[in-house]
Design a protein around this ligand. Sequence first.
Ligand code: TZP
Ligand code: MG
Length: 228
Amino acid sequence: MRKQDVDYSLYLVTDSTPAILGDKDICQVVEAALKGGVTCVQFRDKKSETGALIETARKLHAITQKYHVPLLINDRVDVALAVECEGVHIGQDDMTLATARKSLGQDAIIGVTVSTIEELDTACRGGADYVGIGTVFATPTKDDTKHIIGIEGVQRMLFYLSASKFKVKSVCIGGINATNASEVMWQSMAKQKSLDGVAVVSAIVAAADPEAAAQDLMRLVKTPPAFA
Ligand code: TZP
Ligand code: MG
């Protein structure tokens, strides 16, 4: 899979905390979500030890490969290297993009979380493959009230990208679900460059039927509201 060809339309970020995952199995949730149409998967687990992370990441990678979908690891370049998956996603408090790129090489996918134009500019100049714009809406999944940017914030970022020379892909994250996915995609498209997709955690991981939830979200992401 060439990284330029990656489809970011429906980007699943995992969460293994019982409040979100319930008693489901993370590998089964990811496989169901892939059957439902998820196009990119990020393994995000802030709690497990390195050995357990590598074990789960290996299982997830075997699954994502069957669907020709990239697996990215949140924060942990060492885990991505150990399982030879497609890349990582880093936040503003993690290692720098330059360090991650040096370890993983040019073919790896590296995504960066951005919530300000300055962070976006730095990520673009530093050679990020995509940016995760957020937090769009307040969400119980991540206690991040400092960085709630709303749809207007997303639009500002997309406007900046439109006016720039950068070919960086963009997804947005935070509180996105079936009630707002289409609106988020459409509102953002009103200002020149469109988002490449939406990233969700609980809308799929907490769903009773993750396959149906992914299918529904994919339909919404691909179909702007009639008034668009
Ligand atoms: N980064 C910004 S918000 C967020 C992350 C990882 C969590 C999004 O979770 P949800 O359940 O899709 O609102
Ligand atoms: Mg991080």
